[in-house]
Write a protein that binds this ligand. Sequence first.
Ligand SMILES: [Fe+2]
Length: 185
Amino acid sequence: MHRPTDNLRADHVLTAQGLAVLVGIGGHVRAGGPFPAADCAMALRFLREFVLAVHLRKEIELVCPAVAMRGDDRAAELVGELMRLHEEVGELIHSLILFWVPVDDLTAEERAVFADTCEAVAARLARMQQLEETQLFPACDASIPADDQLDWIDRFGQLEQERGPRTIWAQRLAPLLLQWRIGSQ
Ligand SMILES: [Fe+2]
């Protein structure tokens, strides 16, 4: 069986792709391009339904509390930092959702705010991934007994079934990646 941290690392690969799409859309909007409402809606749906409602719940509800309880002061500090970043990411994503079907053409200032917010979400999630892969996951693998992690895989599966598994989101993101990550920059 794969370790739960392997499952989370696989989520990170897909999340990084979704963020590349978001930053690509942000750059296009900043440069004055027409607002790509449908693609933006899909990218935000991915952030809301996969990143927030599946991936971050796996980490925030299961992994972080276990590491904080079994770890030392440094682990507790790390989990506190991740919780803070998680809260900021949630607020930023919700503010982006306000933009996804703009009624009128955006002003230059609104375009800049949108692009800055896309970049801020991407930067915070990249920071979370870095902290998790270099500190949280190693601490989890070293300090949480395998038996304690057995239920996590089931719970991970439940969360994915509720909101769409990683494979489905990878299919949905594939055309956006071609458009926005590779084609637009
Ligand atoms: Fe993560």
